[in-house]
Design a protein around this ligand. Sequence first.
Ligand SMILES: [Zn+2]
Length: 539
Amino acid sequence: MSQALYRKWRPARFKDVIGQDHITHTLQNSVAADRIGHAYLLCGPRGTGKTTTARLLAKAVNCTGEDVSQRPCDDCPTCHAINDGRFLDLIEIDAASNTGVDDMRNLRDKVNFAPSEGRFKVYIIDEVHMLSIAAFNALLKTLEEPPAHVKFVLATTEEHKVPITIKSRCQQFNFRLLTTLEIKGRLQWLAEKEGLSVEPAALDLIAEQGAGSLRDAESLMDQLITSPDDPITLERTQMVLGTATETAVSTVVEAWINRNSGEGLRIIHESLISGADARQFARQMVTYLRELLLLKAAGNEVPLAGTPERRQEMLAQVGRSSTSSLIKAVKAFSEAAMTAASSWQPQLPLELAFIGLMDDQPATISTPAPQPITALPPLPVKPTAVKPTAVKPEPQTKTEISPPPTKPVETAAKHTAVAKSTPAAEPIPLALSAVQKKWREMVAQVGERNKNLPALLHMGKIIGLENNVIIIGFDYPIFKEKFDKTANALPLINQSYSALFNTKCTVRAVITSEYAVPIEEADVRQLAQELGGVVSIKE
Ligand SMILES: [Zn+2]
């Protein structure tokens, strides 16, 4: 593959240009009627066919094909010369690298010479918005009084930067972004011409990635060709693009619709671990949700890429989501897709977008009735291996290394008697390590009562213990806020921990960086690690 696909298969005639019929028809008619303007301004996003159209116009005005209505014929000597890049009267200027006034003065001087081989000298000035003010002024003079043998075609991706004085002297055409289906059709055609085998799902993905730019999509397909005999598979495409699988994206959407944040976050994490790019994932979410939104708004008539099975799945999801929630979701993930990828936690914007959408949820989770503390598990009674010699020598007045309290054992013995009454008046001192060990169990318990809590708790961890107040630290304020706003979070966790330890304990959420670990506790924690035993602080 020596030549880039998009160059090799550049449209040779107006009818080959994809998706810009409103422009090509007009130009074709002007050529047929010999009513060609002296200056054109082609505006529009990159990769939508502006330069291609400019060249076709240059070809058409100089074409010597007999049927005027079919120019450019792509068959006469002039058409061949332009195709081969050896037509002297076609002058292409890249304004991005010729921005100066001298370049434009030079142009102005040469404009007056008659064409050397064709009917018209055609100047194509690409990225014309890059010209300096002085250069624009020099160009303006030429545009005001152009010699009859000169045509100008200016192209720009940033129309608003082109001075009004220039615009007013040009016929303006606005190119539009291509649809995924249009791009897919073109890619399919290219694959046939090149004798390539491309999996339909890979074709869909490449077309989507073009995001309206045919050139981008074609360049991407170029990259994926290793050899003509090697089929372009979905798997390889996903690998090269760093995209998540379509299933992952639809499963995350499904989890969002089902209000199952744990499942959604799990899929996101797994996808990123297996190589998907977080921003790319967010973009895929936007593409998918946008399609859902279109289906919601316009029903089954919307032309979408993808298999019939996929469409069925999407229609089912559409039936279970509201327009307003889809709009919110599209906005949330667009924002995530645009957030700087260089952040040290690249997955964060994606997670925030997903978790943020859970605010939307209908009140499906009723506040649980207070549960009696039952099934009291005994404290993890670990025979203390605390040896006095292992204890740090400096006296810690407030700290005491104690063997596990004997009380829980008593309580467990009196289980039937105490179970349904309030916990013992005097709380049993807890150990930080014990609380940390029970974390997973607690998360699982509260998850049964509030499906969204585990995902949120996943963002935090136990960072301290102050007199049986368990401190949960969140690295990001947003997660702490979310925790604080979740009405039943604290009661559920308090209840779970109290049951697990058979003593009254409460929970407090903090932002990790703002939490100062009390000095004694820090020492004890370190000591606990060294000893591997149960250590507690007494009042
Ligand atoms: Zn021709």
